[in-house]
Design a protein around this ligand. Structure first.
Ligand SMILES: *Cc1c(COP(=O)(O)O)cnc(C)c1O
Ligand SMILES: [Zn+2]
Length: 460
């Protein structure tokens, strides 16, 4: 362990943990683990895609990919909104800008290091991933390119998101299961299935490879902007991406070359299903289903950006979204010490990092669509619906006067370029191997699933 390039640290007990694809504290603490990298000043390599930032990725090897987000200063949208220093991070397909993510969202940044970490740390086990589609598509594409197998579980209603740009003969390493129900039903099913022999629960927000993979967005932004932004805007579903951004900003502050000021984290959800927004507005650290997720089924169906529809977001968990927003909140009436979360992370507390406001917006479908049109017309690329939520939240923050015109803003455009991709590539549907009718766990045909999976493994 002395020579390891990183280790994990529990945010509850501070214990240092060697990584054996470890997603939870061995002492049983219910909190996030965080990666601590030996290298405090990150290098940016070249020509390696996202692995340019391997210093701060929990993997040893690199995969030969050209997956990388870009950051550029907006001219047109910035002008339209009267902003002088608007920077856009774009994850998706937009070759004219030098970004080639063929699954069209920042989930691709999670899939690559996660599959690699599983291979390096968990050997022959097969990863089980649940999602509303974008995550599973990213894992499927990477699987089809590398041959690293994956079991992907998605709600039936989201199967149209399951395609790759690789031809079907490359789909042998993908075992796609659909379930009746929503994103959360897919997660519950995956937890049950992952208990089978030879399978490995991917881990979601608890998986440091997912968070640090998405942190590449902020690393790319920091190297491009040379300084941390005053404000960071992102749409959230599970909260993983925003937590990743926050953790990466903490590391970058520790690095020292990009300024010492923590950006204000401005996150957004799509109404009517916005449990974290609802709880935060109410000043609560806990999500209460009866208050924050009333009529969930109907509400989720009404969403413009239903990839943001998780019922179990990483809100209350230590090191999660509540801590993120609260630790950047002014001191009065604060439940926690703003430095608490920082304190256990790095070797030393952060000096000079003043607390700032975190903020959350609820965005209507109408606001999404208006923002999306404006973005397409000004920047010239189509958006994933979830990214339009973030664009709309920036417009709202400006209208409210929350953001000053001269502020330096980083808007994370988490997905887009589908229309652009279609001009060049064929999208091949992934065939489902199993369809689970019931979303009630007690009735899962586990024997049958086990048999099918054994067959799948044998054929690999
Ligand atoms: C998943 C997703 C999000 C939300 O990310 P979380 O980490 O789940 O909060 C935002 N935008 C796009 C395009 C996504 O696919
Ligand atoms: Zn612990």
């Amino acid at each position: 362990m002395q020579n390891a390039k990183y280790h994990l640290r529990c945010l509850e007990c501070g214990k240092i943990i060697p990584d054996r694809y470890t997603n939870t504290c061995p002492e049983g603490h219910d909190c996030l683990l965080r990666t601590v990298y030996n290298r405090k000043r990150i290098r940016k390599l070249s020509g390696k895609g996202m692995f340019n930032y391997i210093d701060w990725l929990p993997v040893e090897e690199m995969l030969p990919v050209n997956t990388n987000p870009i950051t550029y200063k907006s001219e047109e949208l910035g002008k339209e909104l009267g902003l002088e220093n608007l920077y856009l991070s774009f994850s998706g397909y937009w070759p004219e800008k030098g970004v080639f993510m063929k699954t069209c969202t920042f989930k691709e940044l999670e899939a690559l290091p996660t599959l690699l970490r599983a291979k390096e740390r968990a050997g022959e086990k097969i990863l089980v991933v649940a999602s509303a589609g974008n995550t599973s598509r990213a894992f499927a594409e990477v699987s089809s390119l590398t041959g690293m197998p994956v079991v992907a579980i998605v709600p039936r209603s989201c199967i149209y998101r399951m395609w790759t740009t690789t031809e079907p003969e490359n789909h042998d390493s993908i075992f796609l299961i659909t379930v009746d129900g929503d994103y959360s039903d897919a997660i519950a099913t995956s937890k049950e299935i992952a208990r089978r022999e030879g399978l490995l629960e991917e881990g979601g927000v608890r998986n440091v490879a997912r968070r640090d993979g998405m942190g590449v967005v902020e690393l790319e932004a920091a190297f491009s902007m040379k300084v941390l932004p005053d404000y960071y805007f992102q749409a959230v579903g599970s909260g993983t991406g925003a937590i990743a951004a926050w953790e990466t900003f903490i590391r970058l502050i520790d690095d020292g070359r990009f300024g010492r000021k923590m950006p204000r984290m401005v996150i957004s959800q799509n109404l009517p299903f916005a449990p974290m927004f609802s709880a935060w507005q109410d000043g609560r650290a806990e999500i209460i289903a009866d208050k924050d997720m009333r009529n969930a089924e109907v509400a989720i169906k009404e969403m413009y950006a239903d990839v943001l529809s998780t019922r179990n977001p990483a809100y209350s968990i230590k090191g999660g979204v509540y801590d993120m927003l609260a630790s950047t909140k002014p001191l009065q009436g604060l439940r926690i010490n703003p430095y608490r979360v920082f304190g256990v992370v790095g070797a030393e507390p952060l000096h000079g990092a003043e607390p700032h406001n975190g903020k959350m917006y609820g965005i209507t479908n109408e606001e999404c669509k208006r923002a999306e049109k404006l973005f397409e017309n000004t920047e010239g690329i189509d958006l994933d619906p979830a990214a339009s939520v973030a664009v709309a939240s920036l417009i709202k923050a400006l209208e409210e006067g929350y953001v000053k015109k001269e502020a330096t803003i980083l808007l994370n455009v988490t997905g887009g370029g589908y229309k652009r991709l279609k001009k060049e590539f064929k999208m091949y549907e992934i065939e489902e191997r199993m369809e689970l009718k019931s979303n009630s766990l007690g009735q899962l045909p586990l024997d049958e699933i086990e048999g099918e999976l054994k067959e799948f493994v044998r054929a690999l």
